[in-house]
Design a protein around this ligand. Structure first.
Ligand code: PMP
Length: 394
């Protein structure tokens, strides 16, 4: 019982700091009217930015995929789990991001978390412990964990601080240098200075690994993400895009020069030693890509932009702060953990599902409501939320 006592004590500590995390049960698609624990809610918390997670054509494609391939892949990719659906998806993804890379190939992963572990550990394996990794301070947890797994020498540079990064790169004589950053910061919504990062990487002969989890599908005219947004192309780029957010399905991919991908297939343990994702997911993602690239995707991105503008125009905060962000991630910083929980609970009571994000996901003293917008919201849905939030501080 002593072991359990320890855990119970630590859980009580979390409670005392308003830091205990709880899960709710969604009982329908998040589209964005969702049944949660038996209640009808309007959700502003999913990363389904284009509203594709319950798209009838993608649902039909997933069902077709299950008919074609069954429900499980049965093994890891290097044994027998690599299906035709995975291979076709990788070709399509490589073609999609090809304008921004040189001799691009893509590799599909079960999750973005695993893709990030794989890409950092895999690239670092080229020079082993002599590798140096330069990581932005607000990077996603999966990049932080990937950096640990890589065993490279780690430098963390302050948020958006290109000058400090330059000094660090200049001082490094490592044979393999890797700069890694989120493109859209997941809890803040702002963009990294990717063109400046790339210029530094080209100057100092470093890889630039960009996690575009929140940009893929949502940014760029054709939804190609942050590289399209900034019009970038370079052999130094390594791209990670997730497919469970704007693409509406699940999994992730890494795209880079064909030889980098070949190296990851051979060396990246989070790719090698896990069962391949169900091929039906890959099959469904082909339809998702068609939609993202086509007219419908463009219309959905335009509607999302209109919603972002509406929120920023009509939200009137007094003590709290709407963070500067032009993306679908629109956080309101409240500061105190308990006050953030109270605000989220009050919105929940009124039928709005908006999560309170607390440390360690965000720095101490910056607890916040994280509103995420989706092309599936109507302007009327958003007006209801804005009224409710404006009423919270009275
Ligand atoms: N990177 C970022 C920036 C993310 O926000 C997330 C997911 N929240 C991931 C990676 C992990 O992706 P996945 O959910 O597919 O594991």
């Amino acid at each position: 019982m002593i072991l359990l006592d320890q855990i119970q004590k630590e859980l009580a500590v979390l409670d005392s700091k308003s830091l205990r995390r709880r899960r709710r049960h969604a009982e329908s698609p998040s589209a964005p009217r969702v049944k949660v624990d038996g209640r009808d809610m309007l959700a502003f918390c999913s990363n389904d930015y284009l509203g594709l997670a319950a798209h009838p054509k993608i649902i039909a494609a997933m069902q077709e995929g299950a008919d074609l391939y069954g429900v499980g892949s049965g093994a890891s990719h290097l044994i027998s789990g690599h299906s035709h659906a995975h291979a076709v998806l990788e070709e399509r993804l490589a073609e999609f991001v090809a304008p921004h890379l040189v001799n691009a190939k893509a590799l599909y992963f079960c999750t973005g978390y695993m893709a990030n572990l794989a890409v950092l550990a895999g690239l670092a394996a080229v020079s082993g412990k002599e590798t140096e990794l330069f990581s932005e301070s607000l990077n996603h947890a999966s990049l932080i964990d990937g950096a640990k797994l890589s065993r490279a020498k780690l430098h963390v540079y302050p948020h958006g601080d290109v000058a400090t990064l330059r000094n660090l790169l200049q001082a490094s004589s490592a044979p393999t240098k890797i700069v890694v950053s989120d493109s859209v910061f997941s809890m803040d919504g702002n963009l990294a200075p990717v063109p400046e990062l790339l210029a530094l990487c080209e100057e100092f002969n470093a890889w630039l690994v960009i996690d575009d989890a929140h940009g893929f599908g949502a940014l760029g005219d054709y939804g190609r993400g942050v590289f399209e947004h900034f019009d970038l192309r370079s052999p130094n780029l390594v791209y990670m895009g997730t497919l469970g957010k704007s693409a509406g399905v699940g999994g992730a991919f890494v795209a880079a020069h064909a030889d980098v991908i070949e190296w990851l297939v051979n060396k990246a343990r989070p790719y090698i030693y896990t069962t391949a994702a169900p091929p039906a997911l890959a099959h469904a993602l082909l339809t998702s890509l068609d939609i993202i690239q086509g007219e419908e995707g463009r219309a959905r991105r335009a509607h999302l932009q209109a919603l972002i503008a509406q929120l920023r125009r009509d939200l009137k905060l007094k003590r709290w702060t709407l963070m500067p962000s032009d993306t679908a991630v629109q956080p309101i910083v409240i500061g105190d953990n308990a006050e953030s929980l109270k605000a989220a609970a009050s919105l929940y009571e009124q039928g709005f599902w908006v999560p309170a994000i607390r440390p360690p996901t965000v720095p101490e003293g910056t607890a916040r409501l994280r509103i995420t917008l989706s092309a599936a919201h109507t302007a009327e849905d958003l007006a209801l939320l804005i009224d409710a939030v404006n009423g919270l501080e009275e």
